[in-house]
Design a protein around this ligand. Structure first.
Ligand code: CAO
Length: 449
């Protein structure tokens, strides 16, 4: 293994350039053509590639050092026969590294002096570009540009923290984290995600996703194209955001509602003349409020690094309408009896179906219940209605054989699916929530405790 000096190659008509970024450290294994440093003149920045593969033994430069053609930047323990690849010199400029070729795609603007430089023009980008505000390329080294491109970060929107506002790798990574956390929206997201984009997947490019498939469906058979309703567009965009941005987990459980169902049927018989019909959903709202009071984190919202606990219990319920999904909200559900809850639910569901819900009647929920019990199915994964942190989905109850310790007995079982935000709630709390809710539904007197 030979120790070789890696030198600054011919850098065109620049006498001296400043080291602005060191991309490797002693002990790193580098490949031939891999970028080692970024240097900057007063006109351009460029990357210095390695002429050989090997292990970095010693760095001979530090940030802000001035270097020129022939300066030794590091000592490399070459991995192969060094005679095969000549050390860089003014006479044998380094090959364009892969980084430079990729950078050329996104940063085709090379300074005029590039033509005179022996380092390939593709390496060069303007050194002191104005930021995105003026519509020109932002100031970043080719390796930072490459990383930004790979992650899908729009450099023009990143604020540089380096000297003279240069965008560093840290800036790119912090920007990507902020977008993923929902603290920042890229201009592309702002332009494309709202309303109508839900069905086509929004701007997946910002998340590094493949573009949505474009298919000419008419090629395969007759089609009919219909514009989505306004409600579907709005709810689609919200659902997409909530599905992507919330680390959601769903816990399934069953509640024994045999006795409660018998009580519900007899209550409806008693109240036949009043015109108010009680469904399982009204009992569920009451039972959920009692459970939310016992486990207040399920009745909270995230606000930055803080959790906001709400001392009111407004319960949203998903309503299926001809125009799409709507979520009317029953206010102060803790202060209402099951009959009143049923009556309000009926009125709100009718308004939803008639398209007459006001925005006030759809806002302020602290927890949502989505019931498919009147339709069918067993368990589903409801999507949290942000900024709430949990949602309860219930399916159709069925008579099942349940072991009572001695024998199987027929019991009416309600499938429950609780989706919760793992940033606020832990799995153990979710399992306790479902267990407690099941106990209340199993013996409704517990609501009084
Ligand atoms: N198990 C078995 N039967 C159930 C049940 C359950 N969990 N829940 C309701 N039922 C029964 C009711 O008792 C009623 O039966 P009867 O007419 O014989 O008494 C029947 O199903 C219809 O109930 P309903 O749906 O009219 O009333 P509800 O209070 O259960 O629900 C509402 C009201 C507005 C929530 C409902 O009409 C609705 O829109 N559900 C769909 C919600 C939805 O789309 N969720 C998915 C969201 S994600 O896309």
């Amino acid at each position: 293994m030979a120790l070789i000096d890696i030198k600054v190659p011919d850098i065109g008509d620049f006498d001296e350039v400043t080291v602005i970024e060191i991309l490797v450290k002693p002990g790193d294994t580098v490949k031939a053509d891999q970028s080692l440093l970024t240097v900057e003149s007063d006109k351009a920045s460029m990357e210095i590639p390695s002429s050989h593969g090997g292990v970095v033994k010693e760095l001979r430069v530090k940030l802000d050092d001035k270097v020129k053609q022939g300066s030794v930047v590091l000592v490399l323990e070459a991995e192969a026969d060094v005679s095969a690849a000549p050390a860089p010199s003014a006479a044998s400029p380094a090959q364009p590294p892969p980084v430079a070729q990729a950078a050329a795609v996104a940063a085709p603007v090379a300074v005029a002096s590039a033509a005179a430089a022996t380092v390939p023009p593709a390496l060069e980008v303007p050194a002191h570009e104005p930021t995105a505000v003026s519509g020109q390329l932002p100031h970043a080294s080719p390796s930072v540009r490459k990383s930004a491109r790979e992650i899908g970060v729009p450099l023009a929107e990143v604020k540089g923290s380096g000297p003279k506002g240069r965008i560093t790798l840290d800036d790119v990574q912090s920007f990507a984290k902020s977008v993923m956390a929902g603290d920042v929206r890229t201009q592309a997201q702002t332009a494309k995600v709202p309303a109508g984009s839900g069905g086509s997947g929004g701007d997946g490019a910002a998340l590094g996703l493949l573009p949505w498939p474009k298919v000419d469906f008419a090629k395969f058979g007759p089609i009919e194209r219909k514009e989505m309703s306004r409600i579907k567009k709005i709810s689609g965009a919200n659902l997409l955001r909530n599905a992507i941005m919330i680390p959601a987990v769903t816990n399934h459980d069953d509640a024994d509602i045999t006795d409660l169902e018998a009580f519900r049927v007899s209550t409806n018989k008693e109240n036949e003349k009043s015109g108010v019909k009680v469904t399982m959903l009204a009992f569920l709202i009451k039972a959920c409020v009692a459970t939310l009071k016992k486990y207040p984190e399920f009745n909270s919202s995230l606000d930055g690094d803080a959790i906001v606990y709400k001392n009111y219990w407004h319960i949203g319920f998903a309503a299926d309408t001809p125009n799409g999904l709507m979520v009317p909200v029953i206010r102060d559900a803790d202060q209402k009896g099951v009959l009143q809850l049923s009556q309000e639910m009926g009125e709100l569901a009718k308004k939803a179906r008639d398209g007459k819900l006001s925005s006030a009647e759809m806002s302020g929920a602290t927890f949502t219940i989505s019931s498919l019990g009147g339709i069918g199915g067993k368990y589903f994964l409801p999507i949290i209605n942000a900024p709430e942190v949990a949602i309860m989905g219930v399916s159709k109850s069925t008579m099942e054989p349940v072991w009572d310790g001695k024998q199987f007995v027929p019991r009416l079982m309600l499938p429950m699916s609780l989706t919760w935000d793992h940033r606020v709630i832990d799995g153990a709390a979710a399992a306790r929530f479902n267990a407690y809710l099941g106990q209340i539904l199993g013996d409704f007197r517990r609501v009084l405790l």
